[in-house]
Structure formats: structure tokens, C-alpha cells
Design a protein around this ligand. Structure first.
Ligand code: NCD
Length: 336
């Protein structure tokens, strides 16, 4: 990616290591604003069109929060039924119209490839907030940012990382995008654990192997792994042909403190893109891990704001102006 300004962010395939480093260095600079030690109005007057045609809590709200933290305003559409897409409007027309109302658009949609199709009709940059089972580039960037930070505590780097990905690797777009990004690093070890029917798509396995990384695919948690990261996922029930089909896999790969102790190291970092399915029949990440210091799930969500702020600043070409538009925070704030 030669320049961010004015460009869409549709896939992790657009990124190389330099682009990732740039996003991460801008994200680091966003911390005082996210923590409310300072505020900035660098995007005062700018409008984000936040279009979520599929359920979302943290991605949608953190895109909006990130834009607000830079001083911009957010206009939101949620749900397919409430939009003109339900009246048969094409993605192209919706994009042509809504890009007239915004400076930048973040969008989520249930169909793979839909956000790219939408971007073709848009006159402003479009950021992919998840397109079906395909990609989730901003989640992958915030996951990678989290991995980098967590490993730093253990004096390690992403090169040489051993990651175990668990659960629904077939429909989980976050693991697709994250795997592709990790392929840009050196000597990564992937242990992919899922029911055979929910295995990682072949094209991603090929990408991992063609990039020379080590790959172990299995349908069970085996022995005590020396994984640096354990990345747990939810069964993506909304992508299954029926609920009965999804029910077959719920609860197959639970993680709680005793399973963690049996299969992982005392320093293995536990990640999950969230939401975790906490219903008893699923419970893929038990609450008894909440006090485990290696549970990074809420550090991931906090990091998501920093990374999305960085992507907005870069895409709108203001990354070097953020501190110039800085102000004091005058209300009570206690975010550390
Ligand atoms: C993920 C998604 O929507 O792909 N959630 C998220 O964006 N943080 C994962 C999921 O829903 O299981």
C-alpha cells in the first residue's frame, strides 16, 4: 500500500509490513486521546457514514467512537430491513447516494465481496467492517497490534510466533484476515484446531504454506502446546445453513482455566474477537478466565479504538495534524 490517503481499506491483502508499521505508530499516538488525557478536533466537520447491515456491537461502536475522538460526526444505518437495500436498491446506488452525505464510510454486510462492490459506487473511502465470511481487515489489524503489545511484555516479537487458532475457522472472517496478515512475518507457527467440517479454507492454508510458515491442522487440543497466543473463536451460527447444523459444533472447543492449564503455557495470551458465546451450550471462553492476567480480550477491544482512529487519520490524510488540533479535557475522566 503506497499511500492511505483517499484509498479504500477492503482487504488485508493491501498491506505490507511498512504499512502495518505506519498504522501501529499512528495508533500509539492516539492513546492520550482514547484515554481522555487530551482531546483533538482534527476531524471537526467531517462525517463518517457508519453502515452496518449485519449485527455488531463493538466494531460499529468503536468505529463511531474512534471518529468522534478525532472530532468528527457519525451518521449511522443499522440492519438491512431499515435500509433501501430491502426495497431492492443496488449496493452501487446506495454507495453513490450515501457517499454524497459522508467523508468516509465504514460498512459491514453479510455477503462476501459486498463491501468491495459497494466501494465501486462510492465517491469517498470505504473501510470494510466485515463482509460475510470473507474478511475483517480492521479486526485483524487490532488483533495484530494486540499480539505485538502482548508479546512485548514477554520480550518476544511477531517473527517466530506460535499461534493456536481454535473453533470455527471456516466461517470466521477474523481468523482468515489475521492469518493472511501473519503471513507477512517470519517463521510463524500456525496450529489450527477445529472440527474437520469447520477447517480453515484451503486457499488460506496454501497462503500459509507458500509463505514458508509451519502449519499443523488438527481436530483436537493435543498435549501441552508452547503457543504464545491462543485465539479462540465463536461458532458463526449466522453463516450455517440451519441452527441444527450450528448446534452440532457448539461447545466442542471450550476453554476454561483447567483446560487452559492442561494445554497451554502459563504465559500463553488468550484472545477472542468477541462476542464470546456465554450460553451454557457454547461457553467457548469461560468466565473463570476473567481474572487470568493473560486474558487479553478487553485489551483487544480497547486497542480497536486506537487502530481505527489511526486508519481514519491516515485515510483522511490528517495523521500529522492530530496534535496540532489538541485541547484539554475539562470533565472528570479516569481512564488509565
Ligand atoms: C467478529 C465478527 O463480526 O466477525 N466480531 C467482531 O467484529 N469483533 C467475530 C464474531 O462475530 O464471532
Amino acid at each position: 500500500m503506497s499511500s492511505f490517503t483517499g484509498n479504500h481499506i477492503l482487504s488485508v491483502s493491501q498491506f505490507d509490513r511498512d504499512a502495518i508499521d505506519l498504522v501501529f505508530s499512528v495508533a500509539e499516538c492516539m492513546e492520550p486521546y482514547a484515554k481522555r488525557q487530551k482531546r483533538t478536533t482534527v476531524l471537526d466537520g467531517a462525517i463518517l457514514g457508519n453502515l452496518f447491515f449485519e449485527p455488531s456491537t463493538r466494531t460499529r461502536v468503536s468505529f463511531g467512537t474512534a471518529f468522534n475522538l478525532l472530532g468528527g460526526e457519525v451518521r449511522e444505518t443499522t440492519g438491512m430491513a431499515n435500509s433501501a437495500l430491502a426495497k431492492g436498491e443496488s449496493l452501487y446506488d446506495t454507495a453513490r447516494v450515501l457517499s454524497g452525505y459522508s467523508d468516509i464510510i465504514a460498512m459491514r454486510h453479510p455477503a462476501a465481496g459486498s463491501v468491495s462492490e459497494f466501494a465501486e459506487g462510492s465517491r469517498v473511502p470505504v473501510i470494510n467492517g466485515g463482509d460475510g465470511a470473507n474478511e475483517h481487515p480492521t479486526q485483524a489489524l487490532l488483533d495484530l497490534f494486540t499480539i505485538k503489545r502482548e508479546l512485548q511484555y514477554n520480550h518476544k516479537s511477531i517473527d517466530g510466533l506460535h499461534i493456536a487458532m481454535i473453533g470455527d475457522l471456516r466461517y470466521g472472517r477474523t481468523v482468515h484476515s489475521l492469518s493472511k496478515l501473519l503471513c507477512l512475518f517470519k517463521n510463524v507457527r500456525f496450529t489450527l484446531i477445529s472440527p474437520t467440517e469447520l477447517a480453515m479454507p484451503q486457499y488460506i492454508l496454501d497462503t500459509i504454506e507458500n509463505a514458508g510458515h509451519s502449519l499443523h491442522v488438527t481436530d483436537q487440543l493435543e498435549g501441552n502446546m508452547d503457543a504464545d497466543i491462543c485465539y479462540q473463536t465463536r461458532i458463526q451460527e449466522e453463516r450455517f445453513p440451519s441452527q441444527e447444523e450450528a448446534n452440532k459444533y457448539r461447545g466442542k472447543f471450550r476453554l476454561n482455566q483447567s483446560i487452559y492449564t492442561r494445554h497451554f503455557q502459563s504465559k500463553t495470551v488468550i484472545m477472542h474477537p468477541l462476542p464470546r458465546d456465554s450460553r451454557t451450550e457454547a461457553n467457548e471462553l469461560d468466565n473463570d478466565l476473567n481474572l487470568n492476567p493473560n486474558l487479553a480480550i478487553f485489551r483487544q477491544t480497547d486497542n480497536g479504538v486506537l487502530v481505527r482512529m489511526a486508519l481514519f487519520a491516515l485515510t483522511l490524510g490528517v495523521e500529522n495534524l492530530v496534535s496540532q488540533y489538541e485541547k484539554d479535557v475539562i470533565w472528570y475522566s479516569n481512564k488509565s
